[in-house]
Design a protein around this ligand. Structure first.
Ligand code: ZN
Length: 158
């Protein structure tokens, strides 16, 4: 089996049996992102527990690449330290923007390496990135909200 076929198989698996799908409580931030070029849409929630990504839940419609990609994202970042999860998001972004020339680190990106081939198709890159950009957006909002709550609590105490 060629690497391309193996990668297609991984993407199809996640598309058919998406992990972490469905919107769950509790959550700290929710975002809605669309990729009008393809008709992909995602609503995504992030729940943080201190500095850990406690949960990522979502509801998505659209092409197989966009839906498989967010399934893989959930596998990778749930349970991870916030800094580590952000670093993984950066690595995936670099891979997607690498025109198919970036060699992915399978030990770190796991099933996300299956999207390496997508980087050769400019029209599909936004599909693969949709869930990852939504996750980053929601996580930044969740962190900002927590910081605001913490400073409000400090002011009350003083
Ligand atoms: Zn798409």
């Amino acid at each position: 089996m060629s690497l391309d076929m193996l990668y297609q198989e991984i993407i199809l698996d996640h598309y058919k049996n998406p992990h972490h799908r469905g919107l769950r409580e509790p959550y700290d931030a929710q975002v809605h992102h669309v990729n009008p070029a393809c008709g992909d849409e995602i609503t995504l929630r992030v729940h943080l527990d201190r500095d850990t990504v406690a949960d990522v839940s979502y509801d998505a419609i659209g092409c197989s690449i966009s839906q498989a990609s967010v399934s893989v994202l959930g596998d990778l970042v749930i349970g991870k330290d916030l800094d580590e999860a952000m670093a993984l998001q950066e690595e995936f972004l670099t891979l997607m923007q690498g025109h198919g020339k970036v060699q992915p680190d399978e030990d770190r990106l796991e099933d996300a390496v299956a999207f390496a081939g997508v980087a050769r198709f400019p029209g599909r890159i936004k599909c693969a990135l949709l869930g990852w950009m939504a996750w980053k957006d929601a996580t930044v909002q969740a962190v900002a909200r927590r910081a605001a709550t913490a400073s409000a609590a400090m002011e009350e105490e003083s």
